[in-house]
Design a protein around this ligand. Sequence first.
Ligand code: ADP
Ligand code: MG
Length: 593
Amino acid sequence: MKLSPSDSNASSAPAITQSLWSRFARLFPYFGEPKSAWAVAVGATVLAACTEPLIPAALRLLLDRGFQKGAIDVWIVPVALLVLFGIRGMAGYVTELALVHLSARGLKRLREHMFAKLQSARLDVFKQQAGSELANTVVYEVQNGSTMLVNSVITLVRDSVTLLALVTYLFWMNWQLTLVVAVMLPAVAWVMVVLSRRLYGLSKSTQAATDRLAYVVEENVLAHRDVRLHNAQDQQARRFSAISEELRRLSVRATSASAAMKPITQMLAAFALATVISIALLQSNQKGVTVGDFTAFVTAMLLLVAPIKHLSEIASPITRGLAAIERGFDLLDRCPDESDGQFNATASKGHIEFKDVSVKYSDDAGYAVKEINLGIAAGETVAFVGASGSGKTTLVNLLARFVNPSSGQVMLDGTDVLQWQLPALRAQLAMVSQHVYMLNTSIAENIALGQTVDRERVVACLKAAHLEAFVAELPDGIDHRVGHNATSLSGGQRQRLAIARALYKNAPVLILDEATSALDAESERAVQEGLSNLMQGRTCLVIAHRLSTVEHADRIVVMDAGKIIEQGSHRQLLVNGGPYARLYQMGLGSGGI
Ligand code: ADP
Ligand code: MG
């Protein structure tokens, strides 16, 4: 399946249209457990919120009766205040603890799922998204998102309960006045909705721009030599600045939207306060409202401002948090796993057959490989030669299912590779290509990648790959860390490391895709012996641009524009005087073609 970037926009757009509830429901599997932690967090929060009206109540008691001699004991009000704040403090602490459990656990699960997805998704995912973008989503975005969301949910609970408790108290005190206060609530809600929509759009754009910024950095890190050699620094700096500028504008726009919320809610609060004071003053003349009543009412009303303000601001972290986490979900949803079959075998014989295989990388591209029919017997060594772009790499990549055929079948031991279980299939293949990647760990772990390290075997493989002397000189020997993609090693050393890795894997089918291309003729001769060791008793598919390295193959397959145009042994093909013979004469059998 081909996934275009526009698909991703389509699937991440549900945003506002999809109900907030269903978007939250998506988070439950990650952040919903353990329920006990939620119960503790919500319980403690509700408890703290319920103490809020007790503050104006205490004041009322103090003003109306505390200052009259003998009405109540002097100590009651200060002690009540201490107890009140003690409870709130404890509750706050417990809530924080419960929250960090929830968010950290949810984050861990989500990240682990995303990483597992990276390991199992179809390889398309790496074409569509840059490494920096994937890293950004898995590492940073979901972290920011989950912290923001969990905190906002608690703010939501705390402030709505506080609001409810205060409003109830106000109603109980003086319902006419409270109605005035109630008028401003829908107004605040409306402001919240309008501004949060705007914020959502802005936060999506900000994330996309941040990705592009990270991508420019990633590219410039990878291409640092080329950029300097071509004096392209200014050009790259301009590219970087353009995106930085876009981010700057977005952040100003986002802040202007979220900053507008504060004055608007405060104005609404001030308006309500002014009205209440006027009405209360009128009422006090008629109904005998006491100073305590009035102070308690105004205090409770002023206490309303904080939760309302928080609630009006909550739209921003919730929308930003959701948007960030949904990018993580997008990765999980949009990228289907590689398809897997049922067939399992521990050791294959290594009999390979291509039946009418064609490959197209995309609908509008031409065939990379067209109607290939080729059988390779177990233990046979077949060399593929042909101009660059003639489809050799594509053909061998079909075996490991790095590429899937558009039509036709690729069989290993008589079973279509699509029917094989992927781990079983890949266990049958060892590969040495120019693209072998070395992880930033020790030489031994790189060689034994995916298996436990057997130090003796590692040394034996290094010896067979003619790296023994080099490794012996390293301070830590086979425990030497190779650094980022082993770039401190020469091309030849890296390739011999790749050969040692293939030797260690000891798989029945060996694929050498320009395995010796990074080597000069001399080291190639040194490696050749290692390679011959490696090829013993296996089915080998060898792609080489130096014809001298393929002369000894059992069979040579000549490819051109995705098709097989000639095949046979070196001797036969030379006698035939066809394309191979011409290639051979041009390359004189030793140079590149
Ligand atoms: P060779 O190994 O013989 O040089 P390849 O198999 O790498 O040839 O490429 C065959 C054709 O397929 C080329 O036209 C190349 O542009 C195209 N191709 C190779 N890999 C990809 C890819 N990942 N995506 C799209 N097109 C590709
Ligand atoms: Mg190639």
